[in-house]
Design a protein around this ligand. Structure first.
Ligand SMILES: NC(=O)c1ccc[n+]([C@@H]2O[C@H](COP(=O)([O-])OP(=O)(O)OC[C@H]3O[C@@H](n4cnc5c(N)ncnc54)[C@H](OP(=O)(O)O)[C@@H]3O)[C@@H](O)[C@H]2O)c1
Length: 291
């Protein structure tokens, strides 16, 4: 597709949404938030079906970016029905409306659609989620792809400038800066993804007219401890405060798929290059925060 004329960005107040908003500068964008207002933006609860239908029909977008979700893995496990309303039922209504207005629907999924036995997964590897968040993401992918005009972006370990400081990187930095120890799962692989690079890549995939499923993630699969050490290094914080813990010691409700790296070969072939490497991205982020 050439440059879209109108994008509807649902969930512009989240970590991914805020960076998408920046990546879309210059494109007419109608943005929504839920509890954390963004300017300019419309307040929208995606579980309000009528409000969703009205918003889409009034915006008449040619692309809908659905970055809104209840992205807490533990809450999905504890409150499957409530989270399913946000993560599956609401997207189903959005998908129907997206089809009705002829828009491309872009949704965000996760490496948690896999069971974590293999270590590295390609787009068409068998999905076998082991927790509720992963199961909801499988349903999200399927309902989006069923529209026939969708882009499913699977990502992992997103980090970047984050006003709400909820991400793994921000929490780690804040704890170490305060001189406190920080528990790091020592047996989990992630594919750290720099939010500004993710957002630029999604905007580029849309402009290239891509459809289907893409792993939109950073170029390196890392153990969380290795990634945590990169964070400490970039921010000149004491890595000795990082405490490795096996996942079973963390008292988590939702089982975690442990070895869930995302293979980004398809993205690399499409762009001819990788997204920003995590060490480079972390230095950029630390410098920007220090400025
Ligand atoms: N962050 C990661 O590492 C990661 C990894 C893999 C996949 N993903 C996926 O990427 C997407 C974006 O994640 P994120 O990290 O940006 O999440 P986030 O920071 O928690 O942001 C969630 C967004 O959803 C909105 N939202 C929540 N409930 C809503 C509702 N009922 N109605 C309307 N909006 C609602 C929030 O609005 P308010 O803030 O205004 O309430 C916010 O804009 C999600 O699908 C997530 O599962 C993220």
């Amino acid at each position: 597709m050439p440059d879209p004329s109108t994008v509807l960005l649902i969930g512009a107040s989240g970590l991914v949404g805020r960076h998408l908003q920046k990546a879309l500068a210059g494109t007419r964008t109608v943005s929504t938030f839920h509890r954390n207002g963004t300017e300019p933006g419309l307040q929208l609860d995606i579980t309000d079906d009528e409000a969703v239908r009205r918003t889409i029909r009034e915006a008449k977008p040619d692309v809908i970016l659905l970055a809104a979700a209840d992205a807490y893995v533990e809450r999905c496990e504890r409150e499957p029905e409530a989270t399913r309303r946000v993560n599956v039922d609401a997207p189903r209504v959005i998908a129907v409306e997206s089809k009705a207005v002829g828009a491309l629907l872009v949704v965000f999924s996760s490496e948690y659609v896999f069971d974590g036995a293999a270590g590295r997964y390609a787009e068409d590897d068998e999905r076998r989620p082991i927790n509720e968040y992963g199961r909801q993401k499988v349903e999200l992918e399927d309902l989006a792809l069923a529209t026939g005009r969708a882009l499913v972006c699977r990502t992992s370990g997103v980090f970047g400038p984050d006003a709400q400081r909820k991400s793994f990187v921000c929490q780690l930095v804040d704890r170490l800066r305060a001189g406190h120890a920080f528990d790091v799962p020592s047996d989990q692989l992630i594919t750290p993804t720099y939010a500004p690079a993710l957002a630029d890549a999604v905007a580029r995939l849309v402009r290239l007219g891509q459809r289907g499923t893409f792993h939109v993630a950073g170029p390196r699969i890392l153990g969380r401890m290795d990634f945590a050490r990169l964070v400490a290094d970039a921010y000149a914080l004491p890595a000795e405060l990082l405490r490795p813990r096996v996942t079973t010691e963390l008292g988590l409700l939702a089982p975690r798929p442990l070895r869930c790296g995302l293979d980004v070969g398809k993205l690399r072939r499409t762009f001819g290059t990788d997204l920003t490497a995590p060490d480079v991205a972390l230095r950029e982020m630390a410098l920007a925060e220090a400025a």
